[in-house]
Design a protein around this ligand. Structure first.
Ligand code: AMP
Ligand code: ZN
Length: 115
């Protein structure tokens, strides 16, 4: 499993920085966003360091599929029943701030902080 020693999400994966986990298996980690925009806002990340969607190769297809399938399951477990939003920011113009691929998953009653 490849980690970047300077990456904040790799540090979370390795338990060097605490997180409020919502999911963990051998490939993926889900944890609550530290600055939530919505009543429920978690991030789902691959445990291996992939900087952004730009770095995906065909070998990552199953991993990304697993993330997509997991989000609705986790939302249900967290009591979100009225829909949710998923966002993957990619690169500078995509608004990405943490360069370890992550899927934002936001739900819960509106209004939300950022529309
Ligand atoms: P992005 O702009 O898509 O790169 O979003 C990065 C997200 O990571 C932001 O929503 C931050 O609030 C969140 N974040 C940064 N550091 C942490 C942390 N230590 N624990 C949980 N979420 C974090
Ligand atoms: Zn990383």
């Amino acid at each position: 499993m490849s980690h970047d020693p300077n990456c904040i999400f790799c540090k979370i994966v390795q338990g060097q920085i605490p997180s409020k986990k919502v999911y963990e298996d051998e490939d993926l980690l889900g944890f609550h966003d530290i600055q939530p925009w919505a009543p429920v806002h978690f991030l789902l990340i691959p445990k291996q360091h992939i900087a952004s969607m730009v770095d995906l190769t065909p070998e990552h297809a199953a991993l990304m599929g697993k993330m997509a399938v997991l989000v609705p399951q986790l939302m249900k477990e967290l009591g979100v029943t009225n829909g949710f939003r998923t966002v993957v920011n990619t690169g500078s113009d995509g608004g990405q701030e943490v360069f370890h691929l992550h899927m934002h998953a936001m739900g819960g009653p509106r209004p939300w902080l950022k529309g």
